[in-house]
Ligand binder design. Structure first.
Ligand code: AQP
Length: 343
């Protein structure tokens, strides 16, 4: 089976964007591929964060994966920091990563500009090397990537080729390595169209955990009343009727897209159903569809969170599975790079 890896940061509330852009797709992928889904807690410390919240958010994110349908009998679910090899391989890869490659990363430029120089740790710059380590450790064939992660995956691919070229020579072959491939070069898996969910308060920005206003997103765990309130107050326009793909109506396009995703209907069905509606009739429809879809997930989430033994066991088993694969790659990289083998 081909292998797929992916993860979400435990940096805040998991929202509809994370759900449709990542977690919901994993549920389909786990039936086809050998899958590893992790909670990327080591990435969550690249910007200032609350130490009181990190472990809670990590557990909660894991429970959300399961509540959304990720099945630990099919996929390995684990916490990134529980598999030491991630940080270790990162150091080895760091020696091979030209700093110029990192300086070009758009996300670094944007996030560091927002945070200000005194707040920016070097981890924000070297974050893509950790991401490369997350992927290469597992010899992944495919990585699901949204638009904003494409550049980082490209760097991962370049880095894999560089490692294979630099260290995949005679010594590696003498050790039994074949074809100079120490780490597999991964391919992007482009998510289904329309999976980019935009903010409720600005149809041109993506829905995001780090946006200051909670009104801008629907979180997976939002109670009914809050969902109703957020939809009631979300940004709309005063054009007649409702339509997709009118560049002057980004909010309308986004709300219809959310309705399409959450109801499982086709774009054509939604366009037809809503073309003559006004906001007063559409908003209750969208609210009900959101509540109907999220309620069962929330019930499962509560069940999972109330049985901490179960969640701990899932994460422990996931970390064992992941470590088995990761340790082999790490060992190979050490060997290929010429380190003295521990006896
Ligand atoms: N609005 C979105 N629409 C579709 N997909 C999205 N993702 C995030 N926002 C949207 C996808 O969710 C996964 C989790 O990514 P992450 O935890 O690394 O966070 P992120 O990409 O930086 O996005 P967030 O959740 O909005 O966090 P902040 O505010 O920190 O930027 C990824 O697969 C991502 O594509």
């Amino acid at each position: 089976k081909k292998r797929v890896v992916s993860g979400v940061q435990p940096t805040g509330s998991i929202h509809l964007g994370n759900y449709f852009g990542a977690i919901k797709n994993w549920v389909a992928l786990q039936n086809v591929y050998d899958t590893l889904f992790f909670i990327v807690d080591l990435h969550a410390i690249t910007l200032p964060y609350d130490t009181q919240q990190l472990s809670k958010a990590t557990r909660s994110t894991a429970a959300i994966y399961l509540a959304c349908g990720v099945d630990p009998s099919k996929a390995s679910v684990f916490v990134q920091s529980h598999v030491r090899a991630h940080v270790e391989l990162m150091w080895l890869l760091s020696s091979t990563t030209p700093i110029g490659w990192l300086n070009k990363m758009i996300q670094f430029k944007e996030k560091s500009r927002k945070a200000g120089d005194e707040e920016v740790g070097i981890a924000l710059l070297t974050y893509p090397v950790l991401m490369a380590s997350d992927i290469l450790l597992y010899q992944s064939d495919f990585v699901p990537v949204g638009e904003d992660q494409k550049q980082h995956l490209e760097l991962t691919r370049d880095l894999a080729e560089r490692v294979n070229n630099l260290y995949g020579g005679r010594k590696w072959k003498k050790l039994g390595g074949r074809g100079g491939v120490i780490v597999k070069v991964p391919e992007p898996l482009i998510p289904p169209a329309g999976a980019r969910v935009m903010s409720l308060t600005d149809g041109l920005s993506k829905m995001s955990k780090s946006a200051p206003s909670d009104q801008s997103r629907i979180n997976i765990l939002d109670p009914k009343d809050l969902i109703a309130n957020k939809i009631k107050r979300c940004k709309t326009d005063s054009f007649p009727g409702l339509e997709f793909d009118n560049s002057e109506r980004p909010e309308c396009n986004n709300l219809l897209s959310i309705y399409q995703l959450i109801s499982g209907k086709t774009k054509e069905e939604v366009a037809l159903e809503c073309q003559n509606m006004n906001w007063g009739s559409f908003k209750p429809l969208l609210t009900d569809a959101l509540i109907d879809h999220l309620h069962p997930i929330q019930v499962r989430y509560e069940e999972i969170m109330s049985d901490s033994g179960y969640l701990d066991e899932v994460l422990a088993q996931g970390a064992r599975n992941a470590s088995d694969i990761a340790d082999t790659t790490l060992h190979n990289v050490y060997q290929a790079m010429g380190f003295l083998r521990r006896q």
